[in-house]
Every structure is written in C-alpha cells, then in structure tokens.
Write a protein that binds this ligand. Structure first.
Ligand code: FAD
Length: 387
C-alpha cells in the first residue's frame, strides 16, 4: 500500500515564504494543494511587507529555489552583498569580505516580491489553490478537521483533510494544537531587544547613497543598526535596540532624543534618513523569538515546517533559508517512503539538530555583529583569514 501516492489532496496553512515554496514542491509530486492564508492577497491589495522589507538569501535558500526552476529569476531581482561594511562612530569605513573572491556573497531580496513570486509560481502549477483571508482557528489533529474563519463574511467552516502542513510562522496556530498533545513540547525565548525599520531613500536617478554591494553594519555594543540595499536604490535599515534600559526603545521617547541619539551614535547615517522621526514613532517595533519544538509531526497527519517549527532570531540571516531547506529535505523524504508517518519522522530526525544549531548560532551572531565586528582584534583576525 503506497499511502503517500494514494493521497490526492493536502492542506498547507500559511502562504508565507515557506508555505508558498512548499506548495510548489508538493504540486510537483502530484498533489492538489489547498493553501489557507489569513492575510489578503498582497498582489492585489497593498499590505505591509510583514517581518522585514528585505532579506538575505544565501546558498541553501538558492539551492531550494533551483530545484523548482526559480533561482535564476530570483537572482535577477537580487543585489549581491559581498561583505560587511562596518561604520564606526568616527573614522574610516572598514569592508570585511565574506569570502576570498566575489563569487562568495549573499543576496538582498525584497520579501514582498519573493513571496508574491512564489505564490504566482505555485498557482502556475495548476495544482495549488490559495484561499486568502482564511484564518485557521483550530485543528483537530486526530480527525484532520480544521476550523477556518472566512474573514470577509465573518463565518467559520470546517475543512477535512488527510494531511496538514503547518507553515504559519513563529506564532503558529497549528503548532499550538500540536504542542498540547502528550509527548510534544515547545520552548519560546523572546529576546530583550526589538527592531525598527527605517529607510535611506535612493539618491537622484535611483543612485545608491552608500556602497551597493555590502551589508552595512553600525555595531555599537548593546545595540546596532544594519542596512540592506533594495533594487530601487534605497536601503532598508533595521535598528536593533533593547526594549528597556539606559539606551532603549523606552528611553528614546521624544523626537529630540532620537535625533540626538543618531547624531551621537550614527552620525553618517543620520543625514541619509530624512524620515527618521516619523518612521521611528510610526513604524511598529518588532519582537524576536527563538522557538524550539519537538517533535514536528503528529504521526502522518500533521507536520510543522519553517518558523512554525523552528523560528530563529534574524542575526544569522538564515530563518527563511533554513525553512527553504526544509522543503528540499521533506521532498527527498517523500520520495523515499510509502507512509506519511515514516517520511515525517525521517524529516524531523534529519532537520532537528540542524535547526537547533542554526538557532543557537543566530543568537551568537547577534553578539558578533553588534559588538565584535567593531573590535580591532576581530578585524585583525579577519585580515589574517583573508591573507
Ligand atoms: P512567515 O513568513 O511568518 O509566514 C507565515 C504565513 O502564515 C504568513 O503569511 C501568515 O499570514 C500566515 N498565517 C499565520 N497564522 C495563520 C493562520 N492562523 N491561518 C492562516 N494563515 C496564517 N531569514 C533569512 O533567511 N534571511 C534574512 O535576511 C532574514 N531577515 C529577517 C529579518 C527580520 C527583521 C526578521 C524578523 C526575520 C528575518 N528572517 C530572515 C527570518 C524570516 O523572516 C523567516 O524565517 C521566514 O519569514 C519564515 O517563513 P515562514 O513561511 O515559515 O513564516
């Protein structure tokens, strides 16, 4: 009995980056895929980009796109970042290359563009149907029955499905059901830092006002500013700051304090961010969490992937990349097994150690980025590595 081959329809909860890519992989295996997404369709209605305006895609993410024929087109919209550009409070900028030659780089890509691109290509398979404004409220993991709120009509309906994939992000509704079962556990560690997005607009004629091919970092000990380039010549900056303390979101409570803080700490960035005060007080302050859960599957009925299974803090630039790699590994497991439960168990075994390792490295990299990149000893180590 080949249970996996006999299954016709499956359900994916969440059409974010991982859910959209996963749908393509599942469609390629011949399944009809129903995707339930709580947000409106970002290709038709203007909605915020979500967790960050742009993000870095690296080798493991590109590999996952290559398998479904999307790498080339994605790279056409990406800006290669060949190293870190360190901005000290005073003195010269320092460039730390990521590798020995220019082929070793990461890429800055618009999150909204990538998400829309993945959804369009998933639907283009003819096997994926994405329902928008469909919020999953409850899942009965035993029966595979989902309670879904249709937001436009404010009515709920039941959806029966043999297999549910939970790709609904770090606050996953699917995971909340899974973690209530005996033998399942989840830990969530919130960082004492939050983040705020700010914009460096393009110069005249779409010119980049700083080095285009770099990830810019202003490391300042307990806080830092970073900036990634966008296709239109602008940069999206992210300010990471403690929520509370002497220098924090709490202490920067007036326009004059914010401007004085930037004047003192980020003097070269300040003139490049004309809407600093508006953005600082109007943009939401993001939170960051590490989620570790186990196991990710309930038999062969439900499986968590992406941030729903293993959300990590953004300092290693690997959350999405890791979620994309989940899709590649799951696809291989589906090819090796006849039963869903066996495929899911192997997937969990193969991915859990890696996901935990990346989560820990991401927290460590926060310390490196905000602190050690400014340390002369660290710069010396990098110089020796390159020599
Ligand atoms: P999400 O992107 O969160 O998508 C989940 C989807 O599920 C959403 O569309 C949501 O609307 C939907 N949903 C949620 N609940 C429900 C529900 N109940 N019913 C139906 N739908 C639901 N990663 C990188 O690889 N590189 C980077 O440079 C990078 N930078 C980052 C910067 C910041 C500031 C942050 C916060 C994160 C960054 N990440 C980065 C991490 C990356 O954003 C995540 O790992 C990635 O978005 C995970 O994708 P996902 O599809 O699992 O979850």
């Amino acid at each position: 009995m080949h249970e996996i081959e006999r299954t016709e329809r499956v359900t994916v909860v969440g059409a974010g980056l991982v859910g959209s890519l996963l749908s393509m992989y599942l469609a390629r295996r011949g399944f009809q895929v129903d995707v339930l997404e709580r947000r409106p369709d970002m290709r038709r209605e203007s909605i915020g980009a979500g967790r960050s305006i742009n993000l870095a895609i690296s080798t493991r993410g590109l590999h996952a796109l290559r398998q479904v024929g999307l790498e080339e087109e994605a790279l056409r919209h990406a800006i290669p970042m060949r190293g870190r550009m360190i901005h000290p409070v005073s003195g010269a900028l320092a460039f730390q290359a990521y590798g020995k030659d220019e082929s070793q780089h990461i890429n800055s890509l618009s999150r909204a563009w990538l998400n829309a691109f993945l959804m369009t290509n998933a639907e283009g398979t003819g096997r994926v149907r994405i329902g928008f404004k469909q919020r999953v409220q409850h899942l009965d993991v035993e029966t595979g029955s989902l309670t879904v709120l249709d937001e436009p009509s404010d009515t709920t309906r039941e959806v029966r499905t043999p297999v549910v994939f939970g790709t609904d992000g770090s606050g996953s509704a699917v995971r909340h059901e899974v973690e209530r079962l005996p033998g399942h556990a989840t830990t969530q560690e919130h960082l004492g830092h939050g983040y705020k997005e700010l914009t460096i607009p393009a110069g005249p004629g779409g010119a980049f006002r700083m080095e285009k091919h770099a990830l810019h970092i202003w490391p300042r000990g307990s806080y830092m500013l970073i900036a990634l380039p966008n296709e239109d010549g602008s940069f999206t900056c992210t300010l990471f700051l403690p929520f509370q303390g002497p220098v924090s979101f709490e202490s920067l409570d007036s326009p004059s304090r914010v401007v004085a803080f930037f004047q003192e700490q980020f003097p070269d960035a300040l003139p490049l961010i004309p809407d600093l005060v508006h953005d600082f007080f109007h943009h939401p302050t993001g939170t960051m969490v590490t989620v570790k859960s186990a196991p990710w599957n309930v038999g062969g009925k439900t499986l968590l992937l992406g941030d729903a299974a293993h959300a990590i803090v953004p300092f290693f630039g690997q959350g999405m990349n890791c979620g994309f790699e989940d899709c590649v590994v799951l696809d291989a497991c589906l090819g090796r097994h006849t039963l869903w439960a066996e495929a899911f168990e192997e997937f969990f075994r193969l991915r859990k150690t890696n996901a935990d390792a990346i989560a820990d490295m991401a927290v460590e990299n926060f310390v490196e980025m905000r602190d050690k990149t400014a340390d002369p000893r660290f710069l010396l180590e990098k110089a020796v590595e390159k020599a």
